[in-house]
Ligand binder design. Sequence first.
Ligand SMILES: C/C(=C\Cc1cc(O)c2ccccc2c1O)CCC[C@H](C)CCC[C@H](C)CCCC(C)C
Ligand SMILES: C[S@@+](CC[C@H](N)C(=O)[O-])C[C@H]1O[C@@H](n2cnc3c(N)ncnc32)[C@H](O)[C@@H]1O
Length: 249
Amino acid sequence: MALCIPLPSCRFRHRPVRSSLERQELFGRIAPVYDNLNDLLSLGQHRIWKRMTVSWTGAKMGDCALDLCCGSGDLAFLLSEKVGSNGKVTGLDFSKEQLSIASCRQGLAPNACYNNIEWVEGDALELPFSDGYFDAITMGYGLRNVVDKERAMQEMFRVLKPGSRVSVLDFNKSTQPFTNLIQEWMIDNVVVPVATGYGLAKEYEYLKSSIKEFLTGKELERLALQVGFSNARHYEISGGLMGNLVATR
Ligand SMILES: C/C(=C\Cc1cc(O)c2ccccc2c1O)CCC[C@H](C)CCC[C@H](C)CCCC(C)C
Ligand SMILES: C[S@@+](CC[C@H](N)C(=O)[O-])C[C@H]1O[C@@H](n2cnc3c(N)ncnc32)[C@H](O)[C@@H]1O
């Protein structure tokens, strides 16, 4: 009979969320509360970080832009305002539940330009777009969550036009121990307790391990150059708690 002895080494205890399917299901479960919790937990700051992300792409009127791992669509809506009614935005995500919220928000919003957004259910690791198709790409809190970060960067490089930019927003994996300590303290003492009230403790506990397994700013810059980008720069935001990688094809 198989026995799982409750020791710290038992691989069935505190098993981290690993496979792509497990992550897809996690984002499906948090979808109903995701937007409200982002506003609450970041004290509205995530809206500012997302505006900075869009601005760093250099997207302009008439452009064709992609928001990868779009979730409920925050960055896609901001891109839509930048490219206007003559431009086009594609929001791609593998979670039906997140896309359904994005689509509802689009229907409820009065902005005419939001008609230029199309939602696509797909995998960031196998993009259903031709080479050199987009003038700008955003990815908010997506790269840390994909199972193959190099592959995701390669796909972004492939579908981007030469000279165009990708802007990748995420938690910063700092090289400063004190910054990491603050980040971990916030997750343990604010984020997870709040999420527990919604029955989503495990889902938000995942944040801490995913940041630990993520890349530092310098490592992200190196990865971008390695897959072929001609220029890559990582910016720290909000005292180094968040970060944004800007890379030019
Ligand atoms: C927009 C935020 C998180 C998105 C997010 C990303 C993920 O990968 C997840 C994975 C699993 C579950 C949930 C998520 C998820 O929500 C940021 C939300 C805020 C942070 C959770 C809290 C960080 C603290 C802020 C840095 C506080 C800053 C306030 C200060 C006034 C500058
Ligand atoms: C934390 S949410 C970010 C949502 C949104 N970009 C934002 O900034 O609020 C991460 C999103 O990435 C999506 N995702 C993760 N891995 C993916 C993949 N391989 N392909 C497509 N979407 C993915 C999830 O479904 C989820 O909606």
